[in-house]
Design a protein around this ligand. Structure first.
Ligand code: SF4
Length: 398
């Protein structure tokens, strides 16, 4: 069944066209900067009070005028999160199945130009890695791969998801963009979550960061999350890599995208992530510094404007910061992550392979559960969202 309430918009779009692109075009960086520069402390207070339209509130809360109000933003963010999500922290684990990639993203360790150890897990090896994670206690699994459609085609993920179903309450993918028909196949196989970060919403910058490979196509990537949503994927994740450009503008666009997806694909849950660049093969140097304070302002702004969105935090961030951010609005964290295929050590016949980036928080699931429990959270590794979505779907049919 179509997942959008306005099928005409999507049905008339060309296969690779993003319907969100028109909204994005209304907010070029120059306009976002001008709006943010004009924001006053009164605008920030109005945003905190909920009396601004979401786009205006987002601009105000990410603006320099919000800096003196970070404490108030943090309090509001924490309160909104408690109200909407309770004191629950969900954990997931990434499972890298291939670091072969035909793209040359300048910031990524898997860039095809980097001379690094490559590895692609067989389905059996991936199942063994997943079994290890299941035994650790994870029930949310994120399958991750470079753009390797010949080595790990849709049929690979279909078979893998089919074999993992029952051991995990959620199977997500963070892989290359696919046609809608392939997403439909994956939904049928049990995939319920699609993470697809745009990396940057600045099309010119995007071109320079993606000089070769299919990922050069900015609009195809932008449209892919819509194809997944139309295919019925229940959980959609968007985000931008922090450190590539002006974080105030970039995260305005992230929030704008999430707001748009929530409206257009209201039957899916939307989550947002804002990963900072970490050291990786290729030694890419981020052109922009995003400080911890900038990071906190981003998190709070997105939480306040998107009260129902999941906020995802990976092990890219250091332990002490992750513990603080858990209190402010994060709802989903990874733990004990390995970013190389075979990294959990159960498929050791293929030798070492390169990780995508260096992990900053090495704590495993058991330790993280203790930490968040100590912070007053109920750590969960499974959830009731699939049941909620099933109930919503049957209510819709009735
Ligand atoms: S970011 Fe993704 S597509 Fe780009 S090089 Fe890395 S793995 Fe490949």
């Amino acid at each position: 069944m179509h997942n959008a309430p306005t099928p005409s918009v999507h049905d008339t779009a060309a296969p690779s066209a993003s319907a969100f692109a028109a909204t994005l075009a209304e907010w070029p960086a120059v306009r976002v900067r001008a709006v943010q520069a004009a924001c006053t402390e009164a605008d920030v207070r109005a945003a905190l009070a909920g009396s601004l339209r979401p786009e205006r509130a987002l601009a105000a809360l990410l603006s320099p005028a919000a800096a003196p109000h970070l404490e108030a933003m943090a309090r509001r963010s924490a309160a909104v999160t408690r109200q909407r999500f309770g004191r629950v922290m969900q954990f997931y684990a990434p499972l890298y199945v291939s670091n072969v990639c035909i793209n040359s993203c300048t910031y990524c360790g898997f860039n095809c130009k980097n001379q690094v150890a490559r590895r692609r897990l067989t389905v059996d090896e991936a199942v063994r890695e997943a079994d290890y994670l299941a035994n650790e206690g994870f029930r949310h699994l994120l399958l991750v791969a470079g753009e390797d459609p010949k080595g790990v085609p849709v049929s690979y993920f279909e078979e893998l998801a089919g074999r993992l179903l029952g051991r995990f309450s959620s199977i997500g993918i963070e892989i290359y963009p696919m046609p809608e028909a392939d997403y439909t196949r994956l939904v049928a196989a049990g995939v319920d979550l699609l993470t697809l970060y745009q990396e940057t919403y600045d099309e010119t910058l995007y071109s320079s960061l993606h000089p070769a490979g299919p990922k050069r196509d900015f609009h195809n990537r932008l449209a892919a999350i819509e194809r997944g949503a139309r295919a019925g994927i229940a959980f959609l994740g968007v985000g931008a890599l922090q450190g590539l450009s002006d974080w105030r503008v970039e995260n305005f666009h992230v929030g704008l995208h999430a707001l748009w997806l929530q409206k257009e694909f209201w039957r899916s849950s939307v989550s947002v992530s804002f990963p900072r660049i970490r050291p990786a093969a290729g030694a890419f140097q981020p052109p922009v510094t995003v400080s911890d304070r900038d990071f906190v302002q981003t998190l709070c702004a997105l939480r306040i404007v998107l009260p129902d969105a999941g906020l995802v935090l990976s092990t890219r961030e250091p332990a002490a910061l992750r513990d603080r951010l858990a209190l402010l609005g994060v709802t989903r964290m990874s733990a004990g992550s390995r970013t190389s295929p075979g990294g959990y050590g159960t498929a050791d016949s293929g030798g070492e392979s390169e990780g995508q980036f260096a992990i900053a928080d090495e704590r495993g699931l058991a330790e993280m559960k203790q930490v968040v429990a100590g912070l007053g959270f109920d750590p969960v590794c499974k959830d009731w969202d699939p049941a909620y979505h099933a109930a919503a779907a049957s209510a819709e049919v009735e």
